[in-house]
Ligand binder design. Sequence first.
Ligand SMILES: [Zn+2]
Length: 110
Amino acid sequence: MMRLFDAHCHLQDPRIFSKAQQIIKTTQDTGVVYFVVNGVCEQDWHSVKHMAETFPCVIPCFGLHPWYVKERSPSWFKTLREYFDSTPSAAVGEVIVWFYDQRGAWKLKR
Ligand SMILES: [Zn+2]
């Protein structure tokens, strides 16, 4: 069987979270060996971390999807750093895009 790698999924999504174990098992039966689970906002980073601790096949990624930028807390970056510090196997997942404007200021690209 060909070994596959799901490079971007959201198994922590509340709509499917309760079925994640079944989804992982069923998908592993088709040859998927690893799942890169991307947290999209501060509210779901704990679920991603928990999934990675529960399922060795889950590679946790933490990030902030542009859809959730407006909802971020003032301490979001500190919290993000804490997740990376406490989860050495984690990578950066969803990312926000910034650009440097002509006046020399960093701005969020929408
Ligand atoms: Zn995504």
